[in-house]
Design a protein around this ligand. Sequence first.
Ligand code: IPM
Ligand code: MG
Length: 365
Amino acid sequence: MSKKHSMLILPGDGIGPEAMVEVKKVVAWLTANKGIEFDISEDEVGGAAYDKYGTSLADHTLEKAKEVDAVMFGAVGGPKWDGVEYSLRPEAGLLKLRKELNLFANLRPALCFEPLVDASSLKPELVSGLDIMILRELTGGVYFGEPRGIEELTNGQRRGVNTQVYETYEIHRIGHVAFDLARKRNGKVTSSEKANVMESGLLWREEMELIAKDYPDVEYENMLADNCGMQLVRAPKQFDVIVTDNLFGDMLSDVAAMLTGSLGMLPSASLGEKGKGALYEPVHGSAPDIAGQGKANPIATILSFAMALRYTYDEGDAADLIENAVNEVLANDIRTADINQPGMTLVSTSEMGSHIVDAMEKLSN
Ligand code: IPM
Ligand code: MG
């Protein structure tokens, strides 16, 4: 019998838990029908962990996350915890996981499913066939830079400080991931920064240009981040891999997400050094306004699990099957509320999960 794949499930807050229920359906189907076995543990993270343990990421949860092959993460945050101190907030649990597991490479594919071309806010011809990868640096930059904080000044003013900082090794390791990805995709890397106003951006550009020399077979360009945002909504298909820092990556990946028709569709992978640490999560947040109503779209979470199968568990065929099943369900005009259009069949979170499992069954016969 082949080895069981170990996985820690952290559903989190808001729509995280209900989307994760649908992932478990997919997991159960794969075990029953494809003999792919998982050793699964589950725990709280974010606000749910704060309520249970008094912190958004308990020590024992972090230890477990370090032990397993991959973490499946739902979403964190909600108005309930707005007043909670910064270091204990739901978001802090996620940031700590990224940092402690050294998950410096965040892969955020923006792929337009053909049945959804009309759901995009852009003209169909601009997004039809869109397949880009935002590669976001995830453990550095302004998210973690020191000094940081809010200080009281003697003149009665307050001063908020965050620090954007990158060292060469951080730029190099994410740079190599970008070029390696481009080689397996469409052979182009766009590196995005603000070298015109930020020294850290200038360093980023200079180091990326050096790395590019090692990959003569990959087309390389750099682009100022503001222009990159504009180009993403003007002509997104010019891009293949966009590599950028933590903060610009946060913004540009939300923009790219919207191009595809719905934030509810996009998965992500956060990876450390080869084979060490991996976390998979939907790009969308916890959407507390629709939580618990069966309205959430579970596709991004299910596709995140497909990425885990591909990048961590080496089960590419199962990943293909899930992605094809999602496409099939969408082609049959089955929609959750966020991607619904007139004349289509509106389904709940749970029904969407079941349709995807049914399509997996059908496609494998
Ligand atoms: C994301 C989110 C997070 C981030 C928040 C929840 C801390 O926006 O993953 O894009 O800013 O990185
Ligand atoms: Mg974000």
